[in-house]
Design a protein around this ligand. Structure first.
Ligand code: ATP
Length: 163
């Protein structure tokens, strides 16, 4: 498995700065907020992790009106005696219908609104995010309310000090 240590907090900060910059140079754009970060080291592939974060941020911005906001956060906690680091990407956008939720991580799946609003995209983004999460022994989950917004949570096991 991966042997390179990645500072997940640096990666989150870098993505936040990059997107804030895009927003500032292309108004109108949803507000982008960095809600919380804390130090978190994981084993992984920095390029792949960046790609996953970018896919989630791209979606959040794509499916959120410019009057809305997108928030990024990184929290660490203990789950079943394992230390994990979770990145959340939350938006106040259009949300995802309950019947679409079980399918959005499938390759080429696009909810009706995405197809009809011609927002571009291939329906591959989330399938790639899920693959990257699994490659890192992590997970990706979604909660969403149509008309209110969505929250994607990407979790990874924290690197063990003993190894
Ligand atoms: P791309 O591959 O370019 O990202 P895409 O956005 O269509 O294209 P996915 O990222 O895989 O594909 O997302 C799948 C579908 O899930 C989208 O078409 C959209 O219907 C829905 N979706 C994903 N993220 C959000 C979000 N933040 N808010 C609302 N719907 C979303």
């Amino acid at each position: 498995h991966y042997t390179t240590l990645i500072e997940l907090d640096s990666l989150v900060l870098e993505a936040f700065r990059q997107y804030r910059h895009v927003g500032e140079s292309h108004p109108p754009y949803p507000r982008i907020l960095l809600q919380h970060t804390e130090p978190a080291l994981i084993y992984g592939d920095a390029d792949a992790l960046k790609q996953a974060l970018i896919a989630l941020l791209d979606n959040a911005l794509k499916y959120t009106p410019s009057t809305g906001s997108v928030a990024l956060a990184l929290h660490t906690h203990t789950s079943e005696q394992t230390q994990i680091a979770c990145i959340t990407v939350s938006d106040t956008g259009i949300g995802i219908a309950e019947e679409d939720l079980p399918h959005i991580f499938e390759r080429f799946y696009r909810a009706d609104h995405a197809r009809t609003r011609d927002k571009g995209g291939s329906g591959l983004g989330l399938a790639i995010v899920q693959r990257i999460a699994e490659d890192h022994l992590g997970s990706v989950k979604v909660e969403s309310t149509p008309g209110k917004g969505s929250q994607f949570t990407l979790c990874f096991p924290i690197a063990d000090d003993d190894h």
